[in-house]
Design a protein around this ligand. Structure first.
Ligand code: SF4
Length: 210
């Protein structure tokens, strides 16, 4: 019997940031540089402080959860959440700043994934809250958001299971500091012009506003 593909909400976030980067992280996974390791460690410290306060306030903190979506097992641990009278609220902490309005696509997909697991576990409605540096953004999860989540999961499966190389969502700053830039640009020398690659839709959907 074929085992299910495990998809983690954090993978959806990387895919939304750059689908091609997700391919490299999945199939090559070069070691992280010192600056990246330091940034992750600092982020972890601020997570610990906020999660400690959330625990005191009665939230479920970093609790493992999963949902069977047929060929996929969606599995992860939200920063913290609560379900009150059938209404789920999922919080994700980010050390970066949010967009001027709304929620970054990747952050929204990550939190919508947790919200969808809670909806499958019986919650009647769900809200996500992104705690960016200096601001909190809240979004009620709709059917369109869940459809976007499933579309992303389908594409992630193509990359993870079948090794399909997806769209490179280029940006000057992120490509300059990307440890896969050399191979990424080399691949594109052989890609025919006008080819429709999975993930190209993320370019025009960087922010979710509702
Ligand atoms: S070089 Fe740019 S487009 Fe290529 S994987 Fe890295 S971030 Fe994505």
């Amino acid at each position: 019997m074929k085992t299910k593909t495990i998809v983690r909400p954090s993978e959806l976030r990387t895919y939304a940031y750059c689908p091609r980067l997700y391919f490299f992280e999945t199939h090559i996974a070069l070691k992280r540089g010192f600056r990246e390791k330091l940034r992750l460690a600092l982020g972890r410290v601020s997570h610990i402080v906020i999660e400690f306060i959330a625990r005191i306030r009665g939230y479920n903190v970093e609790e493992p959860m999963e949902a069977d979506l047929g060929k996929v097992l969606l599995k992860g641990r939200p920063d913290y959440y609560k379900v009150i009278h059938g209404r789920a609220i999922v919080f994700e902490i980010k050390t970066s700043r949010g967009p001027s309005k709304g929620i970054w696509l990747g952050d929204a997909l990550q939190a919508i994934a947790y919200a969808t697991i809670l909806l499958k576990r019986g919650a009647r409605e769900a809200v996500i809250a992104l705690d960016y540096r200096g601001s909190r953004r809240i979004l009620r999860v709709s059917g369109d958001h869940v459809a976007m989540l499933f579309k992303t999961i389908d594409e992630v499966r193509l990359v993870k299971e079948w090794g399909v190389i997806p769209f490179p969502d280029r940006g000057l700053y992120k490509c300059l500091r990307c440890r896969y830039a050399g191979i990424c640009y080399a691949i594109d020398r052989d890609v025919p012009e006008g080819l429709e690659e999975p993930g190209s839709w993320v370019k025009g959907s960087k922010v979710i506003t509702g």
